[in-house]
Ligand binder design. Structure first.
Ligand code: DC
Length: 232
């Protein structure tokens, strides 16, 4: 294996938690401050969901779904507004945020082969360290050896309110509708058999309900510096 200088000075940071806790914004900014690479694993599950919808493959067609996920080349690239996502060269960044994808993604993410294939890709992306990865099972399954694990959460009400503010101008949906959709997504993510959303034993829990995004970012950057100093 090629030795990359500086590998030993870097760590991997796993940020898990429920939908709408602020993981992606926080993870992206933490990566920016540390000079690390940000990887949004939710976008990969979304990319598979969109591809399945385009190919007319349903969650029940497990063999076809397995075939499909193995045929996808998913690439993540840093963009202006977070991360750009490409599937077989096609830019799907905006499309994977549609309501159709959002409503189906938890079902696709419960498929064993989908999780296996994406988990492998994610581990590979983190091999050289210096990665901030957000998702649901990063600290528990994908990167159990991550040097710093954060479980970022917030009340359902607060998470629905944040999402509402983000999309109120472009989508017609009520706050209570969002609240119940988020609660349902939590339920599906927490109760699936494979890699459910749970807090790793060695994760640090941050409840962001009464914190600003900036406070959360600073808390994580500080924790990473402490960990780094400890490791020396
Ligand atoms: O973070 P997000 O809303 O973009 O995630 C989309 C879906 O993907 C979410 O419902 C759960 C699933 N997911 C997962 O199961 N495991 C991950 N590591 C990341 C996301």
């Amino acid at each position: 294996m090629v030795h990359h200088e500086g590998d030993s000075d870097r760590m991997n940071i796993a940020i898990d938690g429920p939908a709408g806790a602020g993981k992606s914004t926080v993870a992206r900014k933490v990566a920016e401050q540390l000079g690390y690479v940000y990887i949004d694993t939710g976008s990969m599950y979304r990319a598979v969901t969109l591809s399945a919808q385009r190919a007319g493959v349903s969650v029940e067609q497990t063999v076809k779904l397995a075939e499909l996920v193995r045929s996808l080349d998913i690439a993540l690239e840093p963009g202006e507004q977070g991360q750009s996502v490409f599937v077989n060269g096609d830019d799907v960044t905006a499309l994977i945020r549609s309501r159709e994808v959002t409503l189906q993604v938890s079902h696709i993410a419960a498929n064993e082969t989908v999780r296996e294939v994406l988990g492998l890709m994610q581990r590979k992306l983190a091999e050289r360290k210096g990665v901030v990865m957000d998702g649901r099972d990063i600290g528990t399954h994908v990167l159990p050896q991550a040097e710093l694990k954060i479980f970022l959460t917030a009340s359902v009400k607060e998470r629905a309110l944040r999402r509402y503010r983000e999309i109120v101008d472009t989508q017609s949906i009520t706050l209570s509708q969002l609240e119940s959709e988020i609660a349902e997504r939590d339920r599906l993510d927490e109760q699936r058999d494979i890699s459910p959303l749970i807090c790793a034993d060695d994760a640090i829990v941050l409840d962001s309900t009464a914190m600003t995004i900036d406070e959360v970012i600073q808390a994580i950057v500080k924790l990473s510096r402490t960990k780094m100093a400890e490791a020396k």
